[in-house]
Design a protein around this ligand. Sequence first.
Ligand code: ZN
Length: 270
Amino acid sequence: MGLNVSEKIKSLIKNKHFPHTVIIEGEKETVLKLAEDTAKGILCLNSDYFCGECKNCHLADINNHPDLKIISTEKKNYLVEDIRDLRKEAFLTPFIANSRIFIITESEKLSDKCQNSLLKILEEPPKNVYFILLTQNSASFLNTVLSRAVLFSVLNTEESEFDNTVKNIFSLAVNKNRVGILEILSGLKQREEIEKLILKIKDYAIYLLKLKQEQNIGKNLNFNETDIKNTALTKERLYGIIEKLDGIFKVLDFNLNVLLLNCAVCNALT
Ligand SMILES: [Zn+2]
């Protein structure tokens, strides 16, 4: 988890192509550690990433580097003044390093007003200044901010892969493609995996019902292409899927073999 992202970041620093603004999305502690390592990587005097031994690395390690600022707030939201101060500070020349770095933690606490204030500096960032915005959910950013930044996500990728599998299964269900569905299901050998999948399929069916309802009243906030395509399933079929999955869940205790379970799930979907 997160390994690919740190590799990518390393190579951007090494090739001196690090973008002036990045967003790192993921769990609070994970993204902070990654951002601190990134900052050291940019500031380090010795190596392509960080050596951990030079003056810059050392000062960053003890949270005392004058060119590295980590911004956080105990409050529910950042104040516009916080961002205004940051903007002023970003124009100062670096004290001891060649660049200045600002890490904003918990960026989901940036109101639209704060983001618009921040945008002013992201649009024309001073030379050698880097902004690293941390968030647990990049959807909280305005599109204007997102378009100025390179986004790295270190959310649990295994989990999102599983979600994608569920979406694919539904795309196949739209076309009643039993072979395709069975092919995916046959990749699951563990009972726990199948049980988890059944729950996820049910959740997604309920989600699609909600989405269809929103579409009906013209209030559609989801723009995911796959989700939109999957709303081709009628309400009746979605209710049918949920009902049949509930039925399967009731007999799970009987220790049905995996093949039989897969067939039952496939039947529920088609
Ligand atoms: Zn160093």
